[in-house]
Design a protein. Structure first.
Length: 254
């Protein structure tokens, strides 16, 4: 199909999948449990962090995270005592364990206390129409505190050629202005035009079949190529096509 037909096809798929039914089977349902900005941010960040593997398992374990944080993630992050962290130690999701969870709670507290919060960090390092450098800077700041070396692997670094799928997904949730009510759009200081598509095996395979992506590896270079293609389709809201690519791959076996 030509470029006009492709855009029409993908726009139709966006309309099909970018609606409240999408939430039912997606980890984004976790931050939708909360109403205050900081609770949405923290629950979203933690849920996105463990968003790999079986989706039912992701949602189950993200809910478990919220239970361990007493369903008040911001209050727990900011006001916990060292003894409160003991309850987090048994947590495990694949290679993310309780000690990683504790490091993330401490890292988040550091971001809010020392760097004015998650939005502030990403807005400060937002540059050149992309947030990939901001992800790199965020990771550096997040791990300024004492932490286990092993925990660093749970935040990907685009400057080390990672597609950083999970954190790009989190940024979509926070930044994208969504009339359908799936994404939150609560970070007003960053343009949705700067977002990158959360590139994984599903979206990557569909993008290749549609001619949006040629590179075989799902890495940072592939992400740049896909970003370029999607911004030609909609410069102001390129990552809305994540719904189309993901939906076609997961729900339709495209």
């Amino acid at each position: 199909m030509n470029s006009i037909e492709l855009k029409d096809f993908l726009d139709t798929k966006v309309e099909q999948y970018n609606n409240l039914k999408f939430i039912e089977s997606d980890p984004i349902q976790i931050p939708h449990q909360f109403s205050t900005k900081e609770d949405v941010e923290i629950s979203g960040f933690l849920s996105a962090t463990i968003a790999w593997g079986n989706r039912k398992s992701i949602i189950k374990n993200a809910n478990r995270m919220m239970q361990l944080l007493e369903h008040s993630p911001y209050d727990f992050v900011m006001n916990h005592k060292e003894s409160d962290l003991e309850a987090l130690k048994p947590f495990v999701h694949r290679t993310f364990n309780g000690l990683d969870f504790i490091s993330f709670v401490k890292g988040l507290q550091h971001i809010y206390k020392s760097h004015s919060g998650l939005e502030s960090v990403f807005a400060k390092y937002d540059e050149k129409g992309t947030l990939q450098n901001a992800i790199h800077s965020f990771k550096h700041l997040f791990f300024e505190i004492d932490h286990l070396q092993r925990t660093q692997k749970h935040i990907s670094d685009p400057l080390k050629n990672s597609a950083a799928k999970r954190i790009n997904m989190f940024l979509r949730w926070m930044i994208r202005q969504d009339a359908s009510g799936v994404d939150f759009g609560i970070w007003k200081s960053i343009s949705p035009a700067h977002l990158s598509c959360p590139l994984d095996v599903h979206s990557g395979n569909v993008a290749r079949k549609l001619g949006l992506l040629k590179r075989k590896q799902n890495d940072a270079k592939a992400l740049m190529e896909l970003d370029t293609s999607l911004r030609k389709l909609d410069f102001n809201d390129p990552v809305k096509y994540d719904f189309a690519l993901f939906g076609l791959g997961v729900f339709e076996g495209f």
